[in-house]
Design a protein around this ligand. Structure first.
Ligand code: ADP
Ligand code: MG
Length: 503
């Protein structure tokens, strides 16, 4: 016992020594929390502390909002042209690409995602900055055809100060989705990364000054939801809240934002159906079902976690999918052959493990169901497949946010649509069939913001992203993404000698 305690103490001392101390970024400077408090950041594969970051509280939030407010109202930022903002975003993209190997390595260590996926995400983050760099100069106003001798204009203006709260599944990419359109629009922002995964955003903060962004335009604060997120959402000087995360916190945010009528956009979870008709290409279907639900360890808001399969192929489908799931290579995320790493945190591991146990009571288990015995430490869970799942089961209704698939049989097109839409969520869906007419009928009947046909998950910065129903409101990416950071101002210029009036 004593020697075990000694070993643990030695291990934590060792990881403390290796832990890098980060600061957060407010008003163009790297700073500690006013309280001096810090919290540890864990590598979910080794369970070691890899960094310490400041724990922001209300005082730090106030400081960051004051900086964002000052930058919005005075100094260099309000004077910048759309071209200036575009160039800054291009420089940020270039820097991300230059540092891609380092950023991917850090993302991988902090989130547990496989290195190959981390590399995709970092490249996607750069693409997002490039896209909105180009879009900065394409924001157009209108001339309104009023029936008078006048020039009626609609101008697009930045919405103001934006609070941006993001989750831990795609850390730098989610930061890019939030920061790039806000900066392109001319807003100022306070970004709060998830407490589990703040490192790539803090690394990225170091690029901002060099790219020419004036102090206070983008602030990045680290802290917890209650301590830092909530005061940010409630702050009266914040004009807009953009949130990606859980449904429960999304609902709390809408309530907190209501007092000061902030603009809110929410991208929440889902329980997305991935629908397979008997006429689909079978091999492609199996791969698509696995990829749809297990990519990024299933820690994906659009995970195809309800796999609906037409009865004639149902048994064969469950068998083939399970056989292949058992061969998915789990392992240390930095190894290039690894297809699935650990979950992000102990908390997430416990949550997913609990759902695995619930599933064993509610349905039949075809693959996985626990922790892989091959991994000695780390928050690993096996890719898990339940079948003969009833759509009313908890594992079919509640978002698990881990590698747990539920396979549900259906009898025909109408049945598939009914089951698919029988969920409080409406983020994403996919349909697999060789019959394009049928596939498109189903596409139109699905109540979801993103519908793929004959694949699932590819996401493009050019196309809108967001949900129906309880998956949130507002759209990110594409021209929709910048819209959410713009106000519309009507300007009416009288061209008559005399203004219209009665007095
Ligand atoms: P999960 O619990 O799955 O990690 P959350 O929705 O709790 O998902 O977290 C997503 C983001 O929301 C994180 O950045 C987290 O710190 C933040 N957050 C959590 N609770 C609150 C809250 N009450 N107010 C504002 N932000 C919060
Ligand atoms: Mg939470």
């Amino acid at each position: 016992m004593a020697s075990k305690a000694k070993a643990i103490a030695a291990k934590s001392a060792k990881s403390k020594a290796a832990a890098r101390k980060y600061k957060m970024y407010i008003n163009g400077e790297f700073v500690e929390a006013r309280s001096g408090k810090v919290f540890p950041v864990i590598n979910p594969s080794t369970e070691e502390v890899i960094a310490e970051v400041p724990e922001a509280d209300e005082n730090d939030v106030n400081r960051a909002v004051a900086a964002a407010k000052a930058a919005f109202n005075s100094g260099a930022w309000p004077q910048t042209t759309a071209q200036d903002r575009g160039r800054i975003l291009f420089r940020l993209a270039e820097r991300i690409r230059k540092e891609a190997a380092h950023l991917a390595d850090l993302e991988c260590r902090n989130s547990g995602k496989p290195i190959v996926e981390a590399e995709y995400d970092i490249a996607d983050a750069a693409t997002c900055f490039e896209y909105y760099g180009g879009m900065a100069t394409k924001v157009l106003g209108h001339v309104n055809p009023v029936p008078d001798n006048a020039l009626s204009l609609s101008l697009r203006e930045p919405i103001g100060i934006a609070a941006q709260i993001i989750p831990w599944n795609y850390p730098l990419l989610m930061a890019a989705w939030k920061l790039a359109p806000a900066i392109a629009a001319g807003c100022t922002c306070i970004l709060k990364p998830a407490e589990q995964t703040p490192l790539t955003a803090l690394e990225f903060a170091g690029y901002l000054t060099e790219a020419g962004l004036p102090p206070g335009v983008a602030n990045i604060i680290t802290g917890f939801g209650e301590g830092a997120g909530a005061p940010l959402v409630k702050h009266p000087d914040v004009n807009k809240v953009a949130f990606t995360g859980s449904g429960a916190v999304g609902k709390a945010i809408v309530k907190m934002a209501a007092d000061t009528l902030k603009r809110v956009t929410l991208e929440l979870g889902g329980k997305s159906p991935n629908i397979f008709f008997a006429d689909a290409d079978f091999e492609a279907a199996i791969d698509g079902a696995l990829f749809g639900v297990f990519i990024n360890q299933g820690e994906v808001c659009s995970a195809g976690s309800r796999i609906l399969v037409e009865k004639p192929i149902y048994s064969k489908f469950v068998d083939a999918m399970s056989a292949k799931a058992k061969k998915i290579r789990l392992g240390p995320p930095l190894e290039r052959e690894t297809k699935m790493g650990p979950l992000v945190s102990k908390e997430q591991f416990d949550r997913v493990s609990a759902y695995q146990e619930i599933g064993k009571k509610e349905a039949k288990l075809a693959a996985g169901g626990g922790r892989p015995s091959s991994m000695k430490h780390g928050y690993y869970v096996e890719p898990t497949i339940f079948y003969d799942v009833d759509n009313s089961a908890r594992i079919a209704r509640e978002e698990i946010f881990g590698p747990v698939a539920t396979v549900i049989p259906f009898t025909n097109e109408a049945d598939a649509i009914k089951i698919a839409n029988d969920t409080p969520y409406g983020l994403a869906a996919a349909v697999w069939s060789r019959d394009i007419f049928k596939a498109f009928r189903v596409v139109k009947a699905l109540r979801a913001g993103i519908v793929w046909v004959n694949h699932m998950q590819p996401t493009y910065v050019e196309a809108p992203w967001g949900g129906y129903k309880q998956s949130g409101f507002g759209r990110e990416l594409g021209p929709w993404g910048i819209e959410e950071y713009l106000e519309t101002k009507q300007v009416h210029i009288n061209l008559n000698e005399q203004p219209i009036g009665w007095y």
